[in-house]
Design a protein around this ligand. Structure first.
Ligand code: C2E
Ligand code: MG
Ligand code: MG
Length: 592
């Protein structure tokens, strides 16, 4: 049964009931209610808007609910036809008029009317024709207010297709539009490029400044990106710090330029609140060429794989998908899942590389360097897993294990009676941003019994992105009584002014400069300048990656006496380092 026939059925029953009431067959209470009174009550007090209209659709009568719904008084309504109340753009032909008699059937329409004040009112209208004699005389209009439901539907639709934060389309809409664009490209024989973009180290922004700040940054970034697209292109904010673009009608030769435009749009720093922030991005690109068209799913998957590769390659760059990348990403996924187990199963090992004072040949420190003893693949270098652990956050647990292990071993060497030397431990950015880092370190020092003076923390320049924040955190760590060095010095962030602001003790010249000091005058000059600057700032300076005697002599001549590198020793398992410590001083070409 349809709603209309249901309603007619109900109507007939009411009439029959009223008749039988009048005939006195019903109960005593209703015996004296006339059908007119009853219908009047039902009409006047009905929460559903009901009106009686003539053949032209002009209101004859309207109940209170109509007046509330549309904002007109009954007198005003009498001057109006229902067609005149239609919201602009609604087609009047949808209404019955003189020329198109309704017949006997009632009709249901969804109409959008205009409230007296002007806002739209969506109604579900049932129009029931009535006759006078044998002539069609007009109709009853039963209007059910659907505005709220319509709005909710629209809102749900919006939520389903747009991102709340930036107002940009979301992944679902992106995929639908991409499918459309690919279809069109196939017909037109053009190419479509899909770019997946991830803001580098965005988690650090959230961790360091809070989510609200991160959200604000994302909104600013979204705004910049809207300037990177033209009318055939599409931009979406798919999740967290990920944005996606597609460029329809794109020739393969133009892809790099598009990616460069996007990367370039982030060059200018963002000022949010009191901070100035530089962000970079990594982009993965997949292309559907006219000769080898791809589908939306495939393109998106490939762009994602290319994005992972771009991030691995050191960020702030873009990477085009190739099938070689696919097999690599499978390997990486496997590594990631194995990494999670490695800590529980005790697969990490700590190696130590000695630092030597070339003037005396004495070991003056040792850097703890982690290795992964994989059950099948053997010893894995940190370069192969630290970046992955950084990304999935696992580095925090690994880092804590390294700290504890290094402190415990440092203490055990002292207890064994070897000359006391500090152990240095590399901190990851994520660890550095952990609010409880100071307390964790204090706890580890206490439980291992290591004097804080024998712990050195190695930070990198990238941790000092926000100078004031980093200065505060470093101060906190320094108060524990340990020392701090800047690792890989010279490769990062170029502002030197921060050096004065930070409570640091030592610079470690990156091995990329040391490597070429004998062949590249530029590198030689940089190294000499770093050493001179360190002296001025009263900082110790260590050269990393010293492999030859020539390098050693050059460094020594320029005032750098502390070195670390294969020329003396590679990183060694803990017991081998203990043997070196036991043996005392090392050979040095500078000693008689
Ligand atoms: P790094 O802190 O700059 O460590 C020095 C790296 O240079 C070590 O690589 C070391 O083996 C290598 N090296 C030392 N002397 C020479 C040399 O004469 N020639 C050459 N070519 N290389 C030399 P390794 O052990 O592979 O570590 C790589 C990087 O992984 C480290 O660079 C550090 O950034 C990171 N890493 C290692 N262990 C940890 C850790 O426990 N936590 C964190 N967060 N990072 C770690
Ligand atoms: Mg280091
Ligand atoms: Mg280094």
């Amino acid at each position: 049964m349809t709603i209309e026939s249901n309603r007619n059925h109900l109507f007939r029953r009411l009439v029959a009931r009223a008749r039988s009431d009048r005939a006195g067959t019903a109960g005593a209470a209703s015996a004296n209610v006339s059908p007119e009174t009853m219908f009047h009550s039902l009409f006047a007090h009905n929460p559903i808007a009901i009106g009686i209209l003539d053949r032209d659709g002009r209101w004859q009568r309207a109940n209170e609910a109509v007046r509330t719904l549309l904002g007109y008084g009954e007198e005003e309504l009498r001057e109006l036809t229902i067609a005149e109340l239609l919201q602009e753009g609604e087609r009047a032909e949808r209404l019955p008029d003189d020329g198109a008699p309704l017949g006997l059937e009632s009709r249901r329409l969804e109409l959008t009317l205009r409230h007296r004040i002007g806002y739209r009112v969506d109604v579900d209208a049932t129009l029931v024709p009535y006759r006078r004699g044998d002539k069609w005389a007009g109709y009853f209009a039963i209007l059910q207010d659907m505005t709220k439901r319509k709005r909710t539907e629209q809102h749900i639709r919006h939520m389903a297709y747009y991102d709340d934060l930036t107002g940009l389309p979301n992944r679902r809409l992106f995929k639908e539009k991409l499918s459309d664009a690919l279809q069109a490209a196939r017909t037109a024989g053009t190419g479509v490029a899909v770019l997946f973009l991830d803001i580098d180290r965005f988690k650090l922004v959230n961790d360091g400044f809070g989510y609200e700040y991160g959200d604000m940054l994302l909104m600013h970034i979204a705004e910049r990106f809207t300037h990177c697209i033209g009318e055939h292109d599409f931009l979406a904010h798919t999740e967290g710090d990920e944005f996606t673009f597609f460029y329809a009608n794109m020739a393969a030769d133009d892809i790099a330029a598009a990616a460069e435009t996007i990367i370039g749009s982030l060059e200018e720093p963002f000022s949010i609140g009191e901070h100035q922030l530089h962000v970079t991005s990594s982009i993965g690109i997949a292309y559907s060429s006219p000769n080898e068209p791809e589908d939306a799913d495939g393109l998106m998957k490939n762009a994602d794989i290319a994005l992972s590769k771009a991030k691995e390659k050191g960020r702030n760059n873009f990477q085009l998908f190739s099938s070689a990348l696919k097999s690599m990403s499978i390997r990486r996924l496997k590594l990631e899942s194995e990494l999670r187990r490695a800590l529980q199963e005790g697969q990490f090992r700590l190696y130590f590389q000695p630092q030597i004072d070339v003037r005396s040949g004495a070991i003056v420190g040792a850097e703890a360097l982690v290795r992964w003893l994989h059950p099948e693949r053997g010893l894995i270098s940190p370069a192969a897993f630290i970046p992955i652990a950084e990304e999935n956050g696992f580095i925090v647990d690994i880092g804590e294990w390294v700290l504890r292990e290094a402190c415990a071993l440092g203490k055990s060497w002292q207890l064994a009676g070897f000359p006391a030397i500090p152990v240095s431990v590399n901190l990851s950015v994520r660890q550095f941003l952990q609010l409880k880092l100071r307390d964790n370190i204090a706890r580890i020092l206490e439980s291992t019994g290591l004097d804080p003076a024998y712990l050195e923390l190695e930070i990198t320049e990238s941790m000092t992105m926000d100078v004031d924040y980093a200065a505060g955190r470093l101060q906190e760590l320094k108060q524990l009584g340990l020392t701090i060095s800047v690792d890989d010095f010279g490769t990062g962030y170029s502002s030197l002014s921060y050096l004065k602001k930070f409570p640091i003790d030592k610079l470690k010249i990156d091995r990329s400069f040391v490597r070429d000091i004998m062949t590249d005058p530029g590198d030689a000059a940089i190294v000499a300048a770093i050493i001179a600057m360190a002296h001025h700032l009263r900082l110790d300076v260590v050269a990393e990656g010293v492999e030859t005697e020539d390098q050693l002599r050059y460094l020594h001549r320029n005032g750098c006496h502390l070195v670390q590198g294969y020329w003396y020793s590679p990183p060694l398992p803990a017991d081998e380092l203990a043997k070196l410590l036991a043996a005392g001083t090392q050979k040095s070409p500078l000693l008689p």
